[in-house]
Design a protein around this ligand. Structure first.
Ligand SMILES: NC(=O)c1ccc[n+]([C@@H]2O[C@H](COP(=O)([O-])OP(=O)(O)OC[C@H]3O[C@@H](n4cnc5c(N)ncnc54)[C@H](O)[C@@H]3O)[C@@H](O)[C@H]2O)c1
Length: 244
């Protein structure tokens, strides 16, 4: 059985990953977390790492995995551009899986949104709305950003040029082509995402609702097994699922 480390082991996702690892034929040899009672890092016999923690710790962790030559799965979201440099550097030495969402359903949604954006065109205004539990720290969610990027790709534009994050004040009319992203927080919501295409005569809404964190955990465990033995590089869940 492949010996693995879970980084963020004390967290909501960490616990779910530990619960499901055995039936995925993986042995959680190291439960790593900054919380008391957990290991501070993993040992030399570790064969792969899954990280669902907090973005500030990712650069040091992924760099260590690169030095050891073991695959690294990043579920942690909110990684800054500066932190991403370390992730990209590690990916020149090891396979790094990085996705804002490891569920099958959301990865299907990415395809559907891209297609809808291509077919409907800029006459349909795109609004992405996400809702998560009140403990989530980063906003908008990594998944909302991925969905907005898919809509931009479908339209043949760059998200950075078109993105609007929330609205407030006397902004005037909505400019055509905008891709707006809104984050709601509250209660225990595991993760809801809707991409809205609002036309003058009709509205199309594509929605995903995660009911259990197992949907993400199972995908991340599958991703680590897939990554074993792959050449160095950055991969997404699309590669694991065979979309690319
Ligand atoms: N990609 C996906 O499919 C997906 C799905 C759900 C959540 N997430 C992301 O995963 C991350 C964790 O989510 P969560 O709901 O489990 O959060 P959480 O707050 O419940 O757990 C995070 C854990 O990480 C630990 N931690 C913080 N800094 C650390 C460090 N430097 N080293 C080791 N451990 C550290 C914390 O002590 C905590 O136990 C978030 O970024 C969230 O957005 C991604």
């Amino acid at each position: 059985m492949m010996k693995i480390a879970i980084v963020g082991a004390a967290g909501r996702m960490g616990k779910k990953l530990i619960e499901l690892a055995k039936e995925a034929d993986l042995e959680v040899a190291y439960k790593v977390d900054v919380a008391e009672g957990y290991e501070k890092t993993w040992g030399a016999d570790c064969e792969g790492v899954i990280d669902f923690s907090y973005h500030v710790g990712v650069p040091a962790s992924v760099t260590k995995a690169a030095e050891q030559g073991i695959p690294y799965v990043i579920g942690t979201t909110g990684i800054t551009a500066e932190e991403q440099v370390a992730v990209d550097a590690a990916a020149t030495k090891i396979p790094v899986l990085q996705s804002g969402n490891y569920s099958l359903g959301v990865n299907l949604l990415l395809e559907l949104v891209k297609k809808a954006a291509t077919i409907l065109g800029p006459q349909y205004d795109v609004e992405v709305v996400e809702m998560h539990h009140k403990h989530k720290k980063d906003a908008p969610s990594g998944t909302a950003l991925m969905l907005a990027k898919s809509a931009a790709e479908g339209r043949g534009v760059t998200l950075d040029d078109k993105a609007v994050y929330g609205r407030h004040g006397d902004l005037g009319e909505r400019p055509a082509g905008e891709i707006a992203i809104h984050a709601l927080r509250g209660g225990s919501v595991v993760g809801d995402h809707t991409v809205m295409f609002a036309g003058d005569l009709e509205r199309v809404e594509i929605t995903h609702k995660a009911q259990d964190r197992a949907a993400f955990a199972a995908g991340a465990l599958q991703a680590l097994k897939w990554a074993k033995g792959k050449p160095a590089g950055i991969y997404t869940m699309r590669h694991v699922l065979g979309f690319d």
